[in-house]
Design a protein. Structure first.
Length: 413
């Protein structure tokens, strides 16, 4: 194994032993092979940049690099376009360590020397983010390379395998050229992605959000403070922001739109699906810090005569987060709230059981204009997971969930 810091300023010679210059960077072509060094960038004595192609490199070590071709042939090499450069694009950059769910800075690159068909190739093994790599950087040029290795060996070495590295590239066009993917990042819990976002600059946040699919981006943004949500959504293209808001729970979408300038909110609403936009507009009409403003319009409600079997069908068609469904609500033919059945009781009952038989006692509910403090008090008093909200005619119009109340309590401490 060899480190990039040991290759920086390494002298390079052609097949005849003619001095070419010093290696200042390594290039990777992600469209061909993201694990292989595709080119060596050499700074010549007359300050010109020349490129040694990977198949032209005969041997490389911590002492020198030698090519399989003459200097004349190397100077005829054309500059390779859209290369990911190790020093320029990776070293000292922030990357996402998906295994440890955090943002780290790259101190060095671990490379493997591989003889291949008469020439030598370098393969990238990992980025090094530990103290050992930082020490090698500190000692670079001050002591012999083997001495630097011995000293750094006493310090912890932390690496991330190259194939698991998520580079943060703010430039959308460059991100596309380099084919940077956040596939592994998207598999993390939204709360972990939110923690990572909070460690990034606004440009870096934007690059991550723009690279994620709409659903993942919406779930992650829902986990960060509302003011940060608004600032982030304003920084990305309006069509992408509208698609993300469309994927958010209606109550959370309404909260963030209230943080935005009216003209921005109107533009985003216009870019959303009509049904989702109408739901959010209705919520925006409620006074702040009331049950109407806190509630979500995503809930499961069935007619009183329905059976347990019907619940399974309803859950399959439910467009909201199934994890947020704690009860199934029973309504009359004109949508008046008539009861609530905990999901746990439904799962234990035979399929043909009428839901009204599983409903116990009078259901606790609030009206849309009930103040937030009263809502919190009811959750505390009855240990509720969800609280239905009705209008002045007792029609079921929404549900306040425990996570909404928790956010309210935490933000008002």
């Amino acid at each position: 194994m060899i480190y990039f810091t040991e290759l920086q300023n390494l002298p390079a010679y052609d097949v005849k032993g003619e001095y070419l210059g010093r290696i200042i960077d390594l290039g990777i072509d992600p469209s061909q092979n993201s694990l292989r060094i595709a080119a060596y960038l050499v700074d010549t004595l007359d300050k010109k940049l020349i490129y040694i192609a990977r198949e032209q490199m005969q041997s490389i070590s911590v002492r020198a690099a030698q090519t399989t071709v003459s200097a004349e042939e190397i100077r005829r090499n054309k500059p390779a376009g859209d290369l990911l450069r190790v020093k320029k694009d990776v070293l000292d950059q922030q990357v996402i360590d998906v295994n440890h769910r955090k943002v780290v800075r790259v101190n060095d690159i671990d490379l493997d020397i591989q003889p291949t068909n008469g020439h030598t190739e370098l393969r990238i093994l990992a980025v090094n983010v530990g103290l050992a790599a930082a020490m090698r950087r500190l000692l670079q040029g001050l002591t012999a390379k083997h001495t630097s290795r011995k000293i750094s060996a006493f310090l912890p070495s932390t690496t991330i395998r190259w194939e698991f590295v998520n580079l943060i590239e703010p430039d959308a066009a460059r991100r596309l050229k380099l084919r940077i993917s956040y596939e592994r990042l998207a598999r993390l819990h939204p709360a972990d992605i939110a923690d990572i976002l909070e460690d990034l600059s606004r440009d870096e946040q934007r690059s991550v959000i723009e690279a994620l699919d709409h659903g993942t981006a919406a779930r992650a943004i829902s986990e960060i403070p509302t003011a940060m949500q608004a600032a982030l959504l304003q920084s990305i293209p309006a069509d992408k922001a509208a698609d993300i808001i469309d994927e958010m729970p209606p109550d959370e979408a309404a909260d963030v739109l209230q943080e935005l300038p009216p003209e921005t909110s109107a533009r985003l609403l216009a870019g959303m699906e009509k049904e989702g936009a109408e739901e959010i507009k209705d919520l925006l009409g409620f006074e702040e810090n009331t049950a109407g403003a806190l509630m979500t319009t995503h809930y499961v409600a069935l007619a009183q005569p329905s059976t347990v079997e019907r619940v399974i069908e309803a859950l399959k068609q439910f467009e909201g987060s199934v994890e947020s469904v704690h009860s199934v609500y029973l309504v009359t033919s004109d949508d008046v709230l008539a009861g609530a059945v905990p999901l746990a009781r439904i799962l234990l009952a035979p399929a043909n059981t009428p839901l009204w038989e599983l409903s116990r006692g009078e259901v606790i509910s609030v009206t849309t204009d009930t103040d937030a403090k009263s809502v919190v008090d009811l959750f505390r008093k009855y240990n509720l997971l969800a609280l239905p909200v009705v209008d002045d005619k007792s029609h079921l119009v929404g549900v306040v969930t425990a996570d909404d109340v928790l956010d309210l309590v935490v933000n008002h401490r």
